[in-house]
Design a protein around this ligand. Structure first.
Ligand code: DQA
Length: 142
């Protein structure tokens, strides 16, 4: 099982960005934990972060040929990027939408996701465990 974990805008600032919402661990710390967990399930993870929509779209395209599934925290793009939505729909592999925070308990604009409908499932509100749960869910699909 080969999984691509994508993080979108501002998630490179985890650890310093709004720690009361996103915690004090860096993206690198979190990716190491995801990697260690994936290994226990004999899965392999690659990690990608970008602040730019086009780069995320192009990376999602690689899921088509190079991965069995994808975990994506699209950050604020979740709420309005039809380009990311269409890229997910195009690859026809299981993609799981994750959020560290419970977006439904936050500002109104975070309640809407334009990508959920084309994702296999959505996990939100469990901090870095949201990613771990998503990896587990992908492995269980196999
Ligand atoms: C987020 C929630 C989004 O609304 C926000 O724009 C983010 C992070 C989360 O992980 O909780 O950047 O996706």
């Amino acid at each position: 099982m080969k999984i691509l974990v994508i993080n979108g805008p501002n998630l490179n600032l985890l650890g310093v960005r709004e720690p009361s919402v996103y915690g004090s661990r860096t993206l690198d710390d979190i990716n190491k934990s995801i990697n260690a967990f994936a290994k226990t399930l004999s899965a392999e993870c690659d990690f990608f972060q970008s602040n730019s929509e086009g780069e995320i779209v192009s990376k999602i395209h690689t899921v088509l040929s190079d991965y069995d599934g994808c975990v994506i925290n699209a950050g604020a793009y979740t709420h309005y990027s039809y380009a990311i939505r269409d890229a997910i729909a195009a690859v026809e592999k299981p993609v799981i939408e994750v959020h560290m925070s419970n977006v439904h308990s936050r500002e109104e604009f975070r309640h809407k996701s334009v990508i959920s409908a084309v994702c296999k499932g959505v996990i939100a509100g469990f901090g870095e465990n949201s990613y771990i749960l998503a990896v587990k869910a992908l492995c269980d699909l196999k």
